[in-house]
Design a binder for this molecule. Structure first.
Ligand code: NAG
Ligand code: NAG
Ligand code: NAG
Ligand code: NAG
Length: 475
């Protein structure tokens, strides 16, 4: 760097002008810093010593917010779905309903329906889901791994709680897949791998062409009447996405109706692959519920935040502090302190701030209301979560206290120090030059900050990842 500086004639000239004196090269090299400092007035000091570090600190603390607020500039929304109006009343005949949707007549016998999920740790929500869907599902297919998506060993929670699922035992296909435990790998790769295993498990469960296959996360619960409609009507679309109502933490916090990832497929051997991204353009309105982070115990929030695909949003270890999590839930704030992810400024601003409380418990899953005492925490009026370890065992929570696991987060703090140091050096180096150099420098620093610290993984690149081949499954 110093060689670059002293061979730069232009820089020397500027410094000489600023200091108003002639110096030998050696003397100049001695008093380089002095020379710069003398040449700058008080205002520049303030900028240099106060505003720049403050700006950088602000970027460090709120970087993701700035970048999501500016999202409308750098990102454009995907092609909108073609939304199919959804008609339902319990006293309208199936014949009428099929006709209203334009799906032909009623079949002589309903299609068989397979519900396939990857299970992590959502025991309560799984119970509510399966009770809701029970009357219409032929086989419940569930795959569980002994690794989380981020490569942390996970106890086989479904296997442990299997007694609670006796009611579907004779329609259950359960599979276990060993995790690959690759540290530092993008968690979306492990997720894609587990979905391949799920594909195999679905075939083992005996699915055939023209059966319906429901692809969704455990917490994306289609309403029973939606599935009943789809299995009876003759002419439903081959792939149909379901528009679900988004809830956060419980059914007290209604976010919006924009969940669309769940889908129903008419199975075609060799063609249908289990996926959780957009696979068609049609979306059936108001088809169920998506309850994210709907856990009974604070420890389950911590586990989910740390162990699954968005763990890179845990930028500070205090995000995992149980007291903070409890407060965030009661306020309806964001666990990761992020802004809403939207494509227009109007939507971002409209959704900023805490989610308002909802006092409606109308049109919720039947089993939830029939067992309201047991699931009080999911209904309006109770934001308090239990503090025990819950369904997670003590050993699975032990990673939280381990230094090396938390070390991953302090990595951000180290990066920040190096970044600050580089920014400071660079500022001194180009400090006395106005114009292109400095602008270029800040561009480079800004882009590398964005590349290395804000987005740990490039999500779009792996969104459509599909892993080929067979995996070893225990059924
Ligand atoms: C349901 O519909 C039938 C005939 O369409 C009618 O006789 C019956 O009263 C209705 N029941 C209710 C609860 O509306
Ligand atoms: C995960 O499961 C695989 C396959 O059964 C096994 O070989 C491996 O030891 C398990 N790992 C842990 C950490 O339980
Ligand atoms: C979804 O939400 C939007 C905006 O809140 C609203 O205009 C629309 O009617 C809702 N659609 C359904 C099916 O609830
Ligand atoms: C709220 O829910 C929690 C967790 O289910 C439970 O322990 C607590 O008793 C409930 N509080 C009230 C006031 O119902």
């Amino acid at each position: 760097m110093s060689i670059g500086y002293y061979s730069s004639k232009k820089t020397d000239d500027i410094c000489e002008d600023v200091c108003g004196q002639q110096s030998s090269r050696a003397a100049l090299s001695m008093s380089r810093l002095k020379c710069i400092l003398r040449g700058l007035d008080l205002k520049t000091y303030i900028i240099l010593l106060v505003l720049v570090p403050l700006g950088i600190l602000g970027m460090y603390l709120h970087g993701p917010k700035i970048s999501s607020f500016l999202r409308p500039i750098w990102d454009s929304p995907p092609k909108p779905f073609q939304i199919i109006p959804h008609y339902y009343h319990h006293n309208v005949s199936m014949e009428n309903l099929c006709r209203l949707h334009g799906w032909g007549g009623v079949r002589e016998s309903p299609r068989r329906v397979y519900d396939a999920v990857l299970f992590n740790n959502e025991v309560d929500i799984l119970t509510i889901r399966w009770k809701e869907l029970y009357p219409y599902i032929t086989q419940f297919v569930i795959l569980e791994a002994n690794s989380t998506f981020t490569g942390i060993p996970k106890p086989l929670l479904f296997a442990r709680n299997r007694d609670g699922f006796k009611f579907i035992e004779n329609r259950l296909t359960y599979g276990m897949v060993g995790g690959r435990f690759r540290k530092g790998e993008n968690p979306f790769v492990e997720e894609a791998y587990q979905r391949v295993a799920l594909d195999q498990l679905i075939r083992i469960a005996g699915i055939e062409d023209d059966d319906l296959l429901l692809m969704s996360d455990v917490d994306e619960i289609p309403s029973a009447h939606t599935i009943n409609l789809l299995r009876w009507c003759d002419d439903t679309p081959p792939v149909l996405h379901l528009q679900l109502k988004n809830y956060l933490y419980s059914f007290e916090y209604y976010v919006d109706n924009e969940s669309w990832r769940a889908s129903v497929h008419k199975f075609r051997t060799g063609k249908t692959r289990y996926a959780h991204y957009r696979q068609a353009d049609v979306l059936l309105s108001d088809a169920g519920w998506h309850c994210s982070f709907c856990f009974r115990h604070i420890s389950e929030f911590v586990f989910k935040m740390k162990a699954y695909s968005h763990y890179d949003r845990v930028r500070f270890s205090h995000y995992l502090n149980p007291e903070r999590i409890q407060n965030v839930i009661c306020k309806g704030d964001d666990l990761f302190d992020m802004l809403p992810e939207e494509y227009t400024f109007k939507e971002i601003i409209g959704k900023m701030g805490p989610i308002p409380h909802s006092y409606s418990a109308v049109h919720l899953p039947e089993y939830l209301l029939n067992n309201a005492e047991k699931y009080k925490y999911l209904l309006p009026g109770n934001c308090t979560r239990d503090s025990g370890v819950g369904t997670l065992s003590v050993e699975s929570m032990s990673f939280l206290g381990r230094r090396d696991e938390l070390g991953r987060f302090s990595g951000y703090e180290w990066k920040f120090c190096i970044f600050l140091f580089a920014a400071g050096l660079g500022f001194l180096h180009f400090g006395e030059e106005i114009g292109v150099h400095r602008i270029l420098y800040f561009l480079v620093v800004g882009i590398s900050w964005k590349a290395c610290c804000l987005k740990k993984f490039s999500f779009p690149a792996v969104k459509f990842l599909q892993i080929q081949g067979e995996v070893v499954l225990a059924v």
